[in-house]
Write a new protein. Structure first.
Length: 156
């Protein structure tokens, strides 16, 4: 019986750690892009469900590219519309992918993961977001980007 209680305690403790690792994250989703090329007219869309608590939230962009990406940066347009109010925030995100000395800023080997803060905003309980992301590069098609993601976290 004592062994069963210890085992139950360990499972409860493990469950607590797994749940606590998610922090205040309320949304985390990636959309795939064709590695052969992300066209300028291809807008990636993210529908964030209603938040349950009023507060200040951060919006971050995740980016996954492979080592053949031909540029040192990426320019993105991020449009966030809050519902039910319909107010829209448009941000231009200039993502520096390589440092001045030529070192890759992302995490990984062969494929690289990046995170960039887009914005922080106040949301009311019941607000939801519709987010559109498109590239704003001079080229019509940008190769070697595999995934673009949005992460929403409650700050306070």
């Amino acid at each position: 019986m004592m062994r069963l209680n210890r085992l139950h305690y360990l499972y409860t403790l493990l469950a607590f750690f797994v749940v606590s690792c998610t922090g205040n994250k309320v949304y985390d989703h990636y959309n795939h892009t064709p590695v052969t090329g992300w066209e300028k007219v291809d807008t990636l869309k993210f529908d964030v469900p209603k938040v349950s608590k009023m507060g200040h939230y951060s919006t971050d962009l995740g980016l996954r590219i492979n080592s053949h990406y031909p540029f040192i940066s990426l320019s993105l347009i991020v449009e966030q519309t809050v519902f039910p109010g319909g107010r829209t925030h448009v941000d231009t995100l200039n993502c520096g992918l390589v440092s001045d000395n030529g070192k890759i800023k992302g995490q990984g080997i062969g494929s690289y993961q990046y995170h960039f803060r887009i914005s922080e905003m106040a949301l009311k309980a019941g607000d939801s977001l519709h987010i559109c992301v498109r590239h704003d590069m001079k080229c019509e098609m940008i190769p070697c980007i595999s995934d673009v993601g949005i992460e929403i976290s409650r700050l306070y």
